[in-house]
Ligand binder design. Structure first.
Ligand code: HEC
Ligand code: HEC
Length: 198
């Protein structure tokens, strides 16, 4: 065997291994198409109008992908989302996550009272939320962006973590919320919903 064919064989072996372990490459156009067919009705183009439906635009890729997978596997449940995830392939979810994560976050126009927002800022500072969610709650990897998310959606999720109705967080959020009162959650939600982080 020549040195050349030996190294070709090695290269082929490596590329096969790579093909097995590499994350699938995202097709953003396919993601956009599927989103327009299935998701836009509720999640909108760049923002949603229903305040219990989360804004996906500008969310982190990894968080979006993991949530879809969790809905599909029943680790997170919602009567609207769960049935829609059933027939999606892994590649579909990769494409959809890429499409939404590449959209620009435009924010929304929810306003709480200045006093409530201020109280929320203090709670968030004391609780060190941004240790995980990053400054301005802009998110990273599997930790979601929450800045500018809908107030009602944020409150609903915090309550769900506290009551352990949502448990797909590996215990981080459920632990954080266990001693937080409803009033404190509303204040934090008003603060975070009004953050204008880009
Ligand atoms: C019938 C309305 C509806 C449709 C259609 C829909 N969703 Fe949702 N989606 C929701 C609601 C409502 C929630 C919030 C669920 C909850 O409260 O836990 C949600 C949550 C999500 C989340 C979690 C976001 C977060 O911040 O945790 C992702 C990701 C998501 N949807 C992706 C999609 C994708 C991708 C599609 C299209 C394939 C889609 N959804 C179609 C209503 C919908
Ligand atoms: C130790 C890390 C950590 C800390 C501290 C933390 N979070 Fe989280 N948070 C997470 C992770 C991880 C998730 C995603 C959980 C999942 O995958 O379902 C999350 C999810 C959330 C969600 C749901 C977002 C969505 O789109 O559904 C909200 C709202 C939230 N956190 C707010 C807060 C607030 C407010 C604080 C401070 C009081 C806080 N978090 C502190 C790690 C953290």
């Amino acid at each position: 065997m020549s040195a050349w064919s030996a190294s070709l064989g090695f290269a082929l072996l490596m590329s096969c291994q790579f093909a097995v372990f590499a994350a699938p490459v995202a097709d953003v156009e396919a993601g956009k198409k599927l989103a327009e067919q299935v998701c836009t009705a509720c999640h909108g183009e760049e923002k949603t109008l229903n305040s219990e439906t989360p804004i996906l635009a500008g969310q982190t890729w990894r968080y979006l992908y993991l949530q879809m997978k969790d809905f599909q596997r029943g680790r997170r449940t919602n009567e609207l989302m769960s049935p829609l995830m059933k027939d999606l392939s892994r590649q579909d979810m990769v494409n959809l996550a890429a499409y939404y994560s590449q959209q620009t976050f435009r924010g929304q126009n929810e306003r709480g009272s200045a006093a409530l927002i201020d109280a929320g800022r203090k709670i968030a500072d004391d609780a060190l939320c941004t240790m995980c969610h990053l400054g301005g709650f802009k998110g990273q990897n599997e930790v979601p962006r929450v800045a500018g998310q809908h107030y009602s959606y944020i409150v609903k999720q915090l309550v769900a973590f506290k009551n352990r109705e949502r448990t797909n967080d590996a215990g981080t959020m459920t632990a954080y919320m266990s001693n937080v009162t409803r009033e404190q959650m509303e204040a934090v939600a008003a603060y975070v919903a009004n953050l204008q982080t880009r």
